[in-house]
Design a protein around this ligand. Structure first.
Ligand code: PRT
Ligand code: ZN
Length: 298
């Protein structure tokens, strides 16, 4: 929904106030020039950047807010989007883009005692979950008849307190399942944070959304990437490709006073960089510089 402040269209964005999405959302927005520092009692933040207002709410409220045009766009977990869609409430919410943070999976987990070994063993059992629509859909597609009990929070405790024999919950590192004597039986959905919006936005809001998502994607593209500069013998250039991920199109420059050597500039995946440095040194690379990239645009 657009307020008119100073006669200009404004974009209304719903963000999770506090939880596993809030830090990542604010970090991403701040890399896009927003400079947001929400305090506990901040529920509505006006920003001059791109004429945007932020509504800080519980993540569960976000799809409904967009559907009913209280907000234009929002950041939620894909798991919540799919649940909203499968529960039949979603008429107008769609995924605009993937934001590459808050990765997790929705899994069915069972007690380690081995009583339930396969999906088929779930027949006639009770499964506790906060995602009844996704679970129901999965059970139906796999021809399993099980009872679903809905819990909002502490789902992992359900088998321990004797109200279910299995759970269907979000898993990230797997620590919570382990601590509660549970093991994963099946992954129903892989999820990450997504930018969602109303299918039918007015064109002036649409152009702000496009600009915002362009900024998001430029920041995401640069994540885990480094600009690498190094000196190397011309004869060893061919070896670089195998060592530096993403080295397909490096910039090669002459190194004044060293006719056998060149300077290489390349954008590389940073995840392997410390392992990579040893291998670069082995082929004689020197003066290696690694620089963080803020944004990458095509
Ligand atoms: O208060 P509000 O309703 O806004 O928040 P919430 O409690 O409903 O959600 P929150 O903050 O827990 O999660 C928001 C979103 O973050 C989820 O919908 C997912 O898209 C994403 N996300 C990513 C996760 C996790 N990782 C995650 N690990 N959401 C929840 N968890 C929980 C999970 O439920 C389990 O209790 O963390 C525990 C498992 O973590 P591991 O690392 O022990 O496996
Ligand atoms: Zn929630």
């Amino acid at each position: 929904m657009i307020d008119k402040l100073a006669g200009e269209p404004r974009l209304r964005v719903a963000l999770q106030k506090s939880g596993k999405l809030s830090e990542g959302s604010i970090e991403l927005l701040n890399k896009c020039n927003f400079n947001l520092h929400p305090l506990k009692n901040h529920y509505l933040i006006h920003s001059r950047e791109l004429n945007t207002d932020f509504l800080m709410v519980r993540d569960d409220d976000i799809p409904g807010f967009i559907d009913s045009r209280v907000c234009d766009i929002g950041i939620i977990g894909e798991n919540l989007f799919v649940e909203y869609q499968l529960s039949g409430r979603n008429q107008n919410v769609e995924i605009i883009s993937r934001l590459k943070f808050a990765h997790c999976r929705l899994s069915i987990a069972v007690t380690v005692d081995g009583l339930i070994k396969t999906i088929a063993d779930l027949n006639g059992k009770t499964i506790a979950t906060s995602y009844p629509a996704i679970l129901k859909d999965y059970l139906y597609k796999n021809n399993i008849s099980a009872n679903i009990i809905v819990m909002h929070g502490s789902v992992e405790l359900a088998p321990k307190i004797g109200i279910a024999q299995a759970v269907c919950d979000l898993v990230s590192t797997g620590t919570t399942l382990k601590e509660n004597g549970l093991i994963e039986l099946a992954v129903l959905l892989e999820s990450e944070a997504v930018l969602v919006g109303h299918r039918e936005c007015t064109s002036d809001v649409q152009s702000i959304i496009r600009e915002l998502d362009f900024r998001f994607q430029s920041v995401i593209k640069a994540k885990n990437k480094k600009y690498i500069m190094l000196h190397i013998e011309k004869a060893k250039l061919g070896l670089l490709k195998d060592i530096l991920p993403g080295c397909e199109a490096p910039t090669i420059l002459e190194l004044h006073g060293y006719p056998d050597k060149v300077v290489v500039h390349v954008v590389s995946e940073d995840t392997l960089f410390w392992n990579t440095i040893t291998n670069l040194k082995k082929i004689g690379a020197s003066s290696i510089l690694s620089i963080a990239i803020e944004k990458m645009m095509d």
